[in-house]
Design a binder for this molecule. Sequence first.
Ligand SMILES: [Zn+2]
Ligand SMILES: [Zn+2]
Length: 137
Amino acid sequence: MNNITSVFKEKGLKLTPQRIAVYKYLKSTKEHPSAETVYKALQEDYPTMSLATVYKALKTLVEVNLVQEINVGEGSFRYDGNIHPHPHIQCLNCGRVDDIENLSFSKLNEEVKEYTDYSVLSNKIYFYGLCPSCKHE
Ligand SMILES: [Zn+2]
Ligand SMILES: [Zn+2]
């Protein structure tokens, strides 16, 4: 909460209850929801909030780097309240997206640097497979 308050103040942006609600929701989940999922989840508490408002709030939160936008290759983006760089894995059957934690990819950056002679600044890595529950179906 303190984070969003100070960041918005610094950027001169208005901290609306909707923006706070979207941010809080993303901080509370590890499910990497789409804008529509966020919209549906907040509908009960914020019945007047439109999907367009959710989209705008997400766009603003991404711009000020409080939220991460994830593109797993679907038509729409997913959102992550964890802004530290980390790879993701998506289930090809149910679409669920999980974090891959405690696996370091910094060595990969070094290898790519050697191979391409680029100075590597970041990477985005996505894995695809079947999640534990789909695997057993
Ligand atoms: Zn699955
Ligand atoms: Zn994530």
